[in-house]
Design a protein around this ligand. Sequence first.
Ligand SMILES: [Fe+2]
Length: 132
Amino acid sequence: MKDLIWDESLSVQVDEIDEDHRRLIDLFNILSHAVAENDSLIYVEAVLEELISCTVWHFRHEERLMIKYNYGDYPEHKADHEALIDSVRDLQKRFRAAGKLSDEDISFLEHWLTGHILSADMKLGAFLGEII
Ligand SMILES: [Fe+2]
């Protein structure tokens, strides 16, 4: 198991967004360690819920900035956020039914997290970087 490391390649060049992303990556690493070390179900569940809750909070943060600065791609970006939350809630349901997170689930979460940062958030960062 390899930790996800936040580095400049993940920077969207907006400090307050980068700060949130770093926190989400920390939580992802805590979760992946918990799974690799066979921590208790209740602990894995708590970390997964914390990751999801922080992500929901972070998405509201980005959406507030998009509204404030009249970001043209706001509807698409918000729809992306909703789809990401739906997919992680599905994973959470599967986890509860199966009683474990698999290596595939962890790798799904890795792409779930970095894929959005590297696409939609980079575009948002480029826009916000010009005005704030
Ligand atoms: Fe986003």
